[in-house]
Design a protein around this ligand. Structure first.
Ligand SMILES: Nc1ncnc2c1ncn2[C@@H]1O[C@H](COP(=O)(O)OP(=O)(O)OP(=O)(O)O)[C@@H](O)[C@H]1O
Length: 506
């Protein structure tokens, strides 16, 4: 496939500016770039969701216009979006082969044929799954593999994966990459969009860098060091990504005492002091987000208490938690973090509306704007338009708006749940800088993250969760990835093979 000078203009933003690139059969090609660089826009053009203003697309030398998603599929282009676009109430077989099983002349489904088609696709990927299992009963990782199997059924030539690993465990990432290698062997080309360099270097052959909608460079990954790639992406040298500042640790702020919720977490106790970053890590499903939501009044626990500066918080009320000085940047920015149809300014000030509204109800657009402009500058939010609808921002910039919204409440303790998910490396540095500033001003931070380098570098203390329990606490100075994983993986101390594989996969 060849893209030739593809251009897409949105009001005030050139999302793609004469972007050209080539993808060959059997090649795994990474598209990298900062948040807002134009990666998703490029995918939408290839998927037939939007039409470019200018430029040409050629497949196997033939110029084509991709006018709809159906046409893209007929051309052999399949996109796996982050939300996977599968049917939770249908079975594995139905999800893989629905629409492919009838003979076209009748509306009668041949279940036998559907099962055979689904099984062939799974066999091609080397995956064993019960064809009759309901999709909603499977892990996100397995669902991801089903989305790939579905792509195979439709005779895919170019598979596009948009940040496919963001909610996968390490083991699931291993399976996904194995499946991708199978496709590569069959001559299918893969476009891989992601922000995690270790994964890009593990899976991809080539990379194209976009910056501000423009093509910057392409090349074999064996020729690019990671440093060089980052420099192409952000347009400057990026040194010292995790520059944790030494901070005076003060008095206790938050006490979590024996918190339990059946099926989620059990007997969790810890404190957070002023100026301290307490890291919480563990595998996907260890109960970290459920715990965070409980502390913030979103998921009332069965037992236990939480107190701020000695005063017990009512865990049945989010507003009581906010008033006590807590804030939570949630894991899912689009579902839990933002009102997607509102502007950046409305979203940023939503958490402090009472404080800035005159008579507690009359909105103050000028003040909303000036507060938002302050965060646009502080967190480098792009494009820098306070009145843009947040749905029109790129994923990483949406994440920065969620962060701004909660920093604006000036909390005593800020809980950050996977704050850099989908965020580019330059923006990560900005978020860490903001965290540093907050703790220097005496705020306490709970940092929940699956990214071990982030946890190890940014935390003062690290709590490791395993299957809903606190498996151990490590001082940041003595913690290593191996020490964390030893606590995080169930059964490792008992020497179970699966657990060992998981550690090795990481
Ligand atoms: N529907 C739209 N209307 C206006 N501007 C848009 C729209 N969609 C995207 N943009 C803008 O186009 C630019 C490119 O966005 P895009 O989503 O392609 O970035 P991205 O590289 O995928 O970023 P991320 O890594 O954060 O997902 C951004 O400035 C974004 O705000």
């Amino acid at each position: 496939m060849e893209l030739d000078a593809i251009t897409k203009q949105y009001p005030g933003v050139k999302a793609l500016d004469r972007v050209s690139l080539q993808v060959r059969k059997g090649e795994v090609h990474a598209i990298v770039g900062e948040n807002g660089a134009g990666k998703s826009t490029l995918i939408k053009v290839l998927a037939g969701v939007i039409q470019p203003d200018h430029g040409k697309i050629r497949i196997e030398g033939k110029e084509i216009a991709i006018q709809s998603p159906t046409q893209a599929r007929k051309l052999g282009i399949t996109v796996i979006y982050q939300d996977l676009s599968l049917f939770p109430n249908l079975t594995v077989a139905e999800n893989i082969a629905l629409g492919e099983s009838d003979d076209g002349s009748t509306s009668i489904i041949s279940w036998k044929k559907m099962h055979a088609t689904a099984q062939t696709a799974l066999d091609r990927l080397g995956i064993k799954l019960d064809l009759n299992a309901k999709l909603s009963e499977l892990s996100v990782g397995k669902q991801q593999l089903i989305a790939i199997a579905r792509a195979l059924v439709s005779d895919c030539k170019l598979l596009i994966m948009d940040e496919p690993t963001s909610s996968l465990s390490r083991m699931e990432v291993g399976y996904l990459f194995q499946a991708a290698m199978e496709l590569k062997r069959d001559g299918i080309a893969i476009l891989f969009i992601g922000h995690k360099f270790d994964e890009i270097y593990r899976l991809c052959d080539t990379a194209t860098v976009l910056r501000d909608g423009q093509y910057i460079t392409s090349g074999s990954l064996s020729e690019f060091t990671q440093e060089a790639l980052v420099e192409f992406m952000v347009g400057r040298k990026l040194t010292n990504l995790y520059a944790k500042m030494p901070v005076h640790i003060g008095e206790d702020l938050l006490h979590v005492n024996h918190l339990s919720k059946a099926g989620q977490f059990e007997n969790i106790s810890f404190t957070v002091k002023a100026g301290e970053v307490v890291g919480i890590t563990g595998l996907v499903g260890a109960g970290r987000s459920e715990l965070a939501e409980s502390i913030f009044g979103l998921n009332p626990p069965d037992q236990g208490t939480v107190s701020m500066k000695g005063t017990r918080i009512d865990l049945k009320s989010v507003s009581a938690c906010i008033q006590s000085g807590l804030a939570l940047v949630p894991e899912s920015r689009q579902i839990q973090g933002l009102a997607m149809k509102l502007s950046m300014a409305h979203n940023t000030t939503l958490s402090i509306m009472r404080r800035i509204a005159r008579f507690r109800w009359l909105l103050q657009p000028k003040e909303e704007r000036s507060i938002t402009e302050n965060y646009i500058q502080k967190l480098s939010i792009r494009p820098p338009f306070p009145h843009i609808q947040v749905a029109k921002l790129s994923g990483g910039n949406q994440q920065k708006v969620v962060l701004a919204k909660w920093i604006a409440t000036n909390p005593s303790v800020l809980i950050l749940d996977e704050p850099t998910n989908g965020v580019d490396i330059g923006a990560k540095a900005e978020i860490y800088k903001a965290v540093n500033e907050m703790v220097q001003n005496g705020m306490g931070v709970i940092l929940i993250s699956s990214e071990l380098p982030e946890i190890l570098s940014m935390s003062d203390r690290i709590l490791v969760m395993c299957e809903g329990r606190l498996a151990g606490e490590l001082d940041a100075n003595q913690a290593t990835q191996a020490a964390v994983m030893k606590l995080a993986v169930p059964g490792i101390s008992r020497g179970e093979q699966g657990a060992k594989d998981e550690v090795t996969a990481g």
